[in-house]
Design a protein. Structure first.
Ligand code: UGA
Length: 444
């Protein structure tokens, strides 16, 4: 099968690489020449476990190539994936301009029958627009071949994207065309040998499924964060409540972890885009608005705990921060709670010493533009961050933060406060060692 993937960002790159795993020939297109050159040498622009190995072996096997030329990549491709960015605009709406401009280029460049597949997360109706843009151009060219436009949203989790692609929970195929459905079934069959979880539906339904899924995940998190706050005021440990709730099969355990608030490039953006979709139809999406508001408030919770503990006297305090990525397994810091925390702490006069296994370079770049960049220091090792610290805040639950040697931490730190933004630790154990412990939803 010959496949073109437009966009070598997170989704495009994972899609392209994982498609080669089954023997497909894939050409991945990106406008950024430097990125394409680096990818040709097997150098990854992002950190994603397992991805580099697949890319390098596919390059060596001649199954994968990267180019800046959309035209050459899509010539005689059976499938063309659109996986370009759909960033959030200032008003929360999804910016689909890159998707639509790819559609225009495809209308001009396709040379044969093809299935065009939208992987980018796009608002309902975008697939219809892509289709009419392509068909319009094909008509102008008097092209006599058939192009189907399918919505096939991605459900990859950063940090586990390769596994999610190779053994998906479900694959959503949005198209009314029997031919396109069959072609998509053939493409994905090797990934569904253990259980056939392909769901066929209309294109608009597929687009909505993607947003509704992410919004549901976000809603569960915000719900639990609200319950966590209530627990703090009722002298209840939310961790027991979480386990008790999750044991109900109808509720399940996933996405019930309260914490520092959800971040990343998807949940915050998709919730806001769905709110905007409602607004465009004069609907008040009150649940989703609350989900978003709760999350913004949640990102202040760790700061508030520090502020209260130090009676507002944060000036000159040394705060160690463990974890900068929006979640473990990635170097992505988009909408990461650590950024808000650090900004607020520095504004209040604190100094930060931060550590993250892979996200420090991105964070350093992020803060470089701030006038107070010098107050945020990065160290190569978690224990180095706590030396002389008045408090330690754990923001991202990387495995290596889960069982530190608390006694050496105690000796290295100047103060005794640990703010556990992910409820990793046992408060009684830490108190016995001499720490003041603050989790989320377990104390005040
Ligand atoms: C999310 C979805 O989980 C994927 O299914 C989807 O494909 C992807 O968005 C996307 O649209 O591309 P991702 O953003 O990689 O994936 O990360 P998640 O694992 O969903 O985590 C999002 C945030 O929620 C993180 O900040 C995490 O710390 C937080 N979270 C997650 C909680 O605070 N509590 C939980 O119980 C779970």
């Amino acid at each position: 099968m010959k496949i073109a993937v437009i966009g070598a960002g997170y989704v495009g790159l994972v899609t392209a690489a994982c498609l080669t795993e089954m023997g497909n020939r894939v050409v991945c297109v990106d406008a950024a020449a430097q990125k394409v050159a680096a990818l040709k040498r097997g150098e990854m622009p992002i950190y994603e476990p397992g991805l580099e190995d697949i890319v390098v072996s596919a390059l060596n096997a001649g199954l994968l190539d990267f180019t800046t030329s959309l035209e050459s990549a899509v010539a005689s491709a059976d499938y063309v994936f659109i996986a370009v960015g759909t960033p959030m605009q200032d008003d929360g709406r999804c910016d689909t301009s890159a998707v639509l401009s790819v559609a225009r280029a495809l209308g001009q460049s396709l040379t044969d029958d093809a299935i065009v597949i939208t992987k980018s997360t796009v608002p309902v109706g975008t697939g219809d627009q892509v289709e009419s843009i392509i068909q319009e151009r094909l008509r102008l060219r008097n092209a006599a071949f058939k192009v189907d436009v399918v919505s096939n949203p991605e459900f990859l989790k950063e940090g586990a994207a390769v596994a999610d692609f190779m053994t998906p929970d479900r694959i959503i195929v949005g198209s009314d065309s029997q031919h396109a459905r069959e072609m998509m079934g053939v493409l994905y069959a090797p990934y569904l040998r253990r259980n056939d979880r392909i769901l066929y539906m209309g294109r608009r339904e597929a687009e909505m499924t993607k947003y509704a899924s992410n919004a549901m995940l976000a809603a569960r998190i915000s719900f639990m964060n609200e319950i966590a706050e209530l627990c703090e005021h009722c002298d209840v440990d939310v961790e027991d409540v979480r386990l008790g709730m999750g044991a109900d099969k109808r509720i399940g355990n996933a996405f019930l972890f309260p914490g520092a608030g959800y971040g990343g490039s998807c949940l915050p953006k998709d919730v806001r885009a769905l709110i905007a979709t409602g607004e465009d139809r004069a609907l008040d999406m009150c649940i989703l608005k609350s989900v978003d508001e709760r999350n913004q408030a949640q990102k202040r919770v760790m700061f508030d705990k520090l502020y209260r503990y130090f009676d507002g006297q944060l000036e000159g305090k040394a705060i160690a921060v463990w974890g900068l990525a929006f979640k473990p397994g990635t170097d992505d810091i988009r909408e990461a709670p650590a950024l808000n925390l650090i900004e607020k702490l520095v504004e209040a006069g604190a100094r930060i010493v931060a550590y993250d296994p892979v996200a420090m370079a991105n964070t350093r770049r992020y803060f470089a533009k701030f006038p107070y960049a010098a107050r945020v220091r990065f160290v190569d090792e978690p224990n180095a961050a706590v030396v002389g610290a008045d408090a330690l805040v754990v923001v991202t639950e990387w495995k290596r933060f889960r069982q530190p040697d608390f006694r050496s931490l105690k000796l290295a730190m100047r103060g005794r406060l640990i703010v556990d933004g992910r409820n990793l630790y046992h408060s009684g154990h830490l108190s016995r060692i001499g720490f003041d412990y603050r989790g989320v939803g377990r104390d005040n």
